[in-house]
Design a protein around this ligand. Structure first.
Ligand SMILES: C[S@@+](CC[C@H](N)C(=O)[O-])C[C@H]1O[C@@H](n2cnc3c(N)ncnc32)[C@H](O)[C@@H]1O
Length: 442
């Protein structure tokens, strides 16, 4: 095994320490670490090891607890990196199915690289055992599915028929969905262009969606630099389709950053339209402007504002909107397969706080909708408190709001909106509720 292979495993262990022990977000840590790795294949392997280790961390911890005579020390950062390296080892063997010999050798070399030569024998024994023996199976469903117990209980309660499929979906690798930047570049044109370079892609259920047959770096694909497409999950693309804004409309994107849906809205309202993009995070909002510059979807007038969207007096010019997209801040429990660290960082106490914020946004934004206008409330959550229960309560206190039915592509009809679950080869978990304001309301 090359020293580079061992260094990569040690780096993966340090990423896990940052996420599991220091409480940092995986996305933020990878954004720092990946640019320091020169080789594209090495970057891919590091990501794969880290994602798999986080996806199955709870189950791997259970297995190690069974196999180790005593837990490894966790006092110093070096201790923690060594302990997390064992997760990296198991991930290579089980989830990634790397050559057992190479996985064991590189991980044992990595423990030496981390300055714990004395543990090389233990690592060798545990990892070789992992390649040869049947692993112990946890009795409780939460550990077996490597999810926190509170989340499994909530999913079980919310979806008695679907919770196991949701857990399984959360532990799969997310497909890479792209969106052809229509009307500038149509999906068929893009697919035909790629076909000439033997890049195979399939179309998906959203009008401009595409999924690559083989995973690759989207930035290296033909058309990336000139804004022919963008990266956006299938279910996220469907949100704007549910709202179906038309040419010339004045539309609000209330929680806009990083701007995937702002781009879609600008394309839909066309050159004669107007889009307001609000987000409370100025740093994230900068990405909205960057996406609009890069993809130039239309010549629509765009107002980008950093503000609490619910504080309408602060940012609104007093004119009402034909359509509002409220892509609300949420638990992100529908995108765990893309961000497995959500299983580590999200706490049950976050949910009521998010529910209150969503409620505040719904109530504050509703008066900004014109009579006869439509609001789409969406989340990337699979928890009913944030989704259909939130909308049932809104409908009960808002007599001029009527729920519009959505076609089955938007998921399971819950009676107060449509719920998609993370689907193998499909889109993320997502919720959509299309609300129409009575034309006779004031
Ligand atoms: C689900 S993300 C939006 C994704 C975005 N619509 C897209 O498609 O790229 C939710 C966003 O809500 C923002 N947010 C949270 N609280 C907010 C508030 N009170 N007002 C406006 N934006 C808020 C967050 O900063 C975050 O960017």
């Amino acid at each position: 095994m090359t020293p580079a292979g061992a260094a990569l495993r040690a780096e993966a262990a340090r990423v896990l320490v940052a996420v599991l022990d220091d409480g940092r977000s995986l996305k933020a840590v990878l954004a720092e670490v990946l640019p320091t790795i020169a080789d594209g294949r090495d970057r891919g392997l590091l990501e794969a090891m880290v994602f798999a280790a986080l996806r199955f961390e709870r189950r791997y911890a259970f297995v190690l607890n069974d196999w180790l005579a005593r837990p490894l020390p966790m006092k110093t950062s070096k201790d923690r990196a060594v302990a997390r390296l064992l997760l990296v080892g198991l991930a290579q063997i089980e989830a990634l199915k790397l050559s057992p010999h190479a996985a064991v050798a590189a991980t044992v070399d990595a423990v030496k690289l981390l300055g714990r030569e004395g543990l090389a024998g233990l690592f060798n024994a545990v990892l070789r055992k992992a390649t040869r023996e049947v692993w112990p199976v946890p009795g409780d469903p939460a550990t077996a599915a490597s999810h926190p117990a509170w989340l499994v209980a909530a999913l079980r309660n919310d979806w008695p028929e679907h919770w196991q499929a949701v857990l399984a979906g959360n532990n799969t690798e997310a497909p890479l969905w792209l969106r052809a930047n229509a009307p500038r570049v149509e999906r068929d044109t893009l697919m035909a262009r790629w076909a000439t370079e033997n890049i195979e892609a399939q179309s998906g259920a959203a009008a401009h969606s595409l999924c690559l047959a083989e995973r690759q770096n989207p930035a290296a694909l033909p058309g990336f630099d000139d804004g022919a497409f963008s990266v956006q999950d299938l279910s996220a693309q469907l949100a704007v389709e549910a709202l179906s804004p038309r040419q010339g409309m004045r539309v609000l994107d209330a929680c806009a950053a990083p701007g995937g849906k702002t781009v879609q809205l600008c394309a839909a309202v066309g050159d004669s339209g107007e889009v307001w993009a609000i987000d409370s995070e100025p740093k994230r909002l900068a990405r909205v402007s960057a996406a609009l510059r890069h993809l130039a979807p239309s010549a629509a007038v765009v107002h980008v504002r950093a503000a609490d969207a619910a504080d309408t007096a602060r940012w609104s010019d007093g004119e009402r909107f034909d359509a509002i997209l409220l892509d609300a801040p949420c638990s992100a429990t529908g995108i765990i397969r893309r961000q497995p660290d959500i299983k580590v960082h999200r706490q049950p106490t976050d949910i009521p706080v998010l529910v209150a914020l969503q409620r505040r946004l719904l109530d504050a934004l509703w008066p900004l909708l014109k009579p006869g206008g439509r609001m789409l409330y969406a989340t990337c959550s699979v928890l009913r408190d944030e989704n259909d229960r939130q909308i049932s309560a809104f409908l009960a206190r808002t007599p001029e709001a009527a729920l519009q039915a959505l076609p089955t592509v938007f998921g399971l009809n819950t009676g107060a909106g449509s719920q998609r679950f993370p689907e193998d080869g499909g889109g993320d978990g997502f919720f959509y509720a299309l609300l129409e304001k009575s034309p006779s309301s004031s």
